[in-house]
Design a binder for this molecule. Structure first.
Ligand code: C2E
Ligand code: CA
Ligand code: CA
Length: 697
């Protein structure tokens, strides 16, 4: 079986037909020969019958002449001349008949016919001589002739018997032979049939199988190809015609796979291109059956063009690959990423049941944060950030094209509003607006009811083992929802114009706390977060002024943390406000350092007192050389500018050790404590200090 495919199908069929022809032809030849032989046997049998006839005829004719001879003898004996004449005439006719039959006998027994004819002739003459002598009553003289007649008659009879016997033997032999031949013919036919079944049939089945099986596979593969499938099961690459077809199919598949890659994939990043994006959206829209909304997130790199212009295309390519890799890392697992062309990427995902606008915003913000750390490319530290446009079906479009163009429009809006930003397309935006309006009303009410409070997270000087301060982190003690984290309401408060009021509330609480701690003899700095929106509002200075007037010592303990966006905007008003704040005696810190846009350059625009290394770098330190490089660069820069450096989000001893090695001394993070209500915080500080004291003694 395994052997067969070595032969081509043509040769297999030729061999099969040849074998069958040889088999049945051979049997036919043998049978034909045998039948011929049987026929010949039959002919000779017929001949034998004819000979018996001849012998019988000779015997009959002799009997006839003897009978007439008897009548003649009687006539001679009685002397009836008339009867004698009549008998003699009859005798002549009978003798003619005998000689005629003897002539026929002579055809196959010439010697014996001669002998019979001579014996008969002398028998006639002797018999007549004897009769005449007897008629004359000369019995003694007649006796020798009578004996001679008797002898001759016996001779004739014996000769005829001989011939008959001989012919019988011959015919019996012929009969036996032809019976044997008939047997032989029967057996050869049977043997041919058995042979055909035992050899011919399996051979035919084998050859048939060796053709039908691969034929089925080839047909199935071709059917798959026709149906547009490329992952069809390949027929084996045998050496026969099917192997050639399989080879052709392989070449076809590889060729179309290559074409498909060119048609549907971006060669630089390996991501699907615009065409496969449209297909993927169409598939999700069709498969979703309207149940699961399809979300399209468009990511537009903020400063790709300047990288291309400044450092060339290969640097640009590398930058794009890094951007693609980061996006991949930060989008959800079930989302699919595509390169939309140039410096734009698109992620597509089907929103599952309970996902909301807030989840999408959170997702987009996670990507913004993830993307926005500088990228160390060779000797250069390149900033990276994206603007994100989000569109969701069906509100923002019910077709792939419509959804994409909605996301593009939203992406442009994000770019206009200051890059490193996310915007929702119309449909979703109104939904988001609606829920934000509800939230805004809730925040307003919460401000009136005093539902906001500050939690404090300790900041520790590692080498000295002191608590040097705390970051004040706002919490909302919601009557229904319980304790709510700032991520859930800060953005809404900003959008609703309530951040000023909320910020002022926090400042007052922090100032009161500082006053209390000073009175307790606790010398702790309090870092208070300020959003960019808050600082853009000129009214921000009022409460700061008031608090300073109320208690300048406590005000001096307050450090305002601002995210980099404040620096990025570089508005003159902001700059003036910040300078004024510093003049009032407040300290300024740059929060989330490294995640924003061209961080280092911003430091020169407005000096600050403190830099806070973003949690993300601390997180990545163990796995990314780049993160370590950036941290050590930040620390070196901070030293030369005489700035305090705090690392936030320190969760493990290993992270702290690495940071210490880099020269960072101030830490904040779960390794020490999460943010705590003020009383708990105070107890924690007392414990920590006591513990350290015990440890150092
Ligand atoms: P942030 O200024 O970067 O604050 C640090 C956040 O990291 C806090 O989250 C803190 O609880 C968390 N954190 C501290 N240590 C660790 C750690 O070791 N591991 C991890 N995974 N997280 C750690 P929180 O309190 O939820 O605050 C989130 C953000 O909300 C803050 O980020 C800040 O941007 C904003 N925020 C908080 N309070 C205020 C406020 O009073 N005013 C304004 N405008 N924004 C605030
Ligand atoms: Ca902060
Ligand atoms: Ca931070």
């Amino acid at each position: 079986m395994a052997r067969l495919p070595r032969l081509t199908v043509r040769w297999r069929l030729i061999v099969l037909i040849g074998c069958l022809l040889a088999l049945f032809g051979g049997a036919d030849l043998v049978q034909g020969y045998m039948i011929g032989e049987v026929r010949a046997g039959q002919a000779s049998l017929r001949e034998e019958y004819r000979r018996f006839e001849v012998i019988q005829a000779v015997q009959q004719a002799i009997i006839e002449t003897r009978h007439i001879g008897g009548q003649l003898n009687s006539a001679i004996m009685v002397g009836d001349v008339a009867a004698q004449t009549k008998a003699r005439k009859a005798q002549v006719i009978a003798q003619q008949a005998v000689s005629e039959q003897l002539k026929r006998l002579a055809a196959f027994e010439p010697g014996k016919a001669q002998l019979i004819s001579e014996s008969l002739a002398s028998l006639e003459s002797d018999s007549e001589k004897a009769i005449h002598l007897l008629a004359e009553h000369r019995e003694k003289e007649a006796a020798p002739s009578v004996a001679e007649v008797q002898r001759r008659a016996n001779l004739v009879q014996n000769t005829l018997d001989d011939i008959a016997m001989q012919e019988r033997n011959t015919s019996e032999r012929v009969l036996l032979l032809s019976e044997q031949r008939i047997d032989l013919v029967t057996w050869t036919s049977l043997a041919a049939v058995i042979f055909a079944f035992t050899v011919g049939l399996p051979l035919a089945v084998l050859v048939g199988h060796s053709i039908v099986q691969p034929l089925k596979k080839v047909a199935a593969a071709i059917a798959d190809v026709n149906a547009g499938k490329l992952d069809f099961e390949l027929p084996p690459l045998t050496k026969d015609e099917f192997g050639q077809v399989a080879l052709a199919l392989v070449q076809f598949r590889d060729g179309s796979e290559a074409l498909r890659r060119i048609a549907f994939y971006d060669s630089l990043t390996g991501l699907g291109n615009r065409l496969s994006l449209e297909r993927a959206i169409a598939v999700l829209l069709a498969g979703g059956n309207g149940a699961a909304p399809v979300t399209v997130l468009l990511f537009d790199l903020d400063n790709f063009r300047s990288i291309n212009d400044q450092y060339g295309y290969s640097a640009g390519d590398e930058y794009l690959c890094e951007a693609a890799a980061r996006l991949h890392r930060f989008i959800p697992e079930q989302a699919e990423l595509f390169r939309f062309g140039g410096d734009r990427f698109v992620a597509v995902l089907a929103l599952t049941g309970d996902r909301s606008v807030d989840d999408l915003r959170e997702l987009a913000e996670c990507v913004l944060r993830g993307m926005s750390s500088p990228h160390l490319q060779g000797p250069r530290l390149l900033n990276m950030s994206v603007s994100i446009g989000v569109a969701v079906s069906p509100a923002d479009g019910e077709s792939a094209q419509h959804l994409i163009s909605s996301a593009e429009a939203a992406g442009r809006a994000a770019k206009r509003s200051g890059r490193n930003n996310v915007r929702f397309a119309g449909g979703m935006f109104t939904a988001a607006m609606r829920s934000q309006m509800v939230l805004a009303g809730d925040i307003r009410r919460a401000l009136e009811h005093g539902e906001f409070e500050l939690y404090y997270q300790p900041i520790i000087d590692g080498p000295k083992g002191h608590v040097v301060g705390a970051e004040a982190l706002v919490r909302w003690r919601h009557p229904q929802r319980g304790l709510v984290a700032p991520a859930e309401f800060i953005a809404a408060a900003e959008d609703a114009g309530l951040i000023g009021a909320l910020g002022e509330k926090c400042l007052r609480m922090a100032h009161a706390q500082a006053t209390r701690w000073l009175s307790m003899g606790l010398n702790l700095r309090i870092a208070v977060n300020m959003s960019a929106r808050q600082i853009q509002d000129s009214r921000v200075l009022e409460p700061l002024k008031a608090l300073r007037a109320q208690g300048p010592e406590a005000a001096a303990m307050i450090e305002l943390e601002l995210t980099e966006t404040v620096w990025v905007e570089r508005s003159e008003n902001t700059r003036r406000a910040l300078e004024e704040i510093r003049r009032m005696g407040y300290r300024l810190g740059m929060d989330d350092f490294g995640t924003g846009y061209s961080s280092f350059a911003n430091l020169q625009w407005l000096p600050v007192d403190k830099i806070k290394i973003d949690r993300q770098f601390v997180d990545n330190m163990a796995v990314s050389q780049q993160a370590v490089a950036i941290i050590s660069a930040v620390i070196a820069l901070a030293r030369t500018l005489n700035l305090t450096v705090v690392a936030e989000g320190v969760e493990t001893q290993q992270q702290m050790d690495m940071l210490l090695q880099q020269g960072c001394t101030l830490f904040q993070g779960y390794l020490f404590s999460p943010a705590l209500p003020s009383l708990e915080f105070e107890a924690w500080v007392a414990d920590f200090t006591a513990e350290r004291a015990r440890y150092t003694h």
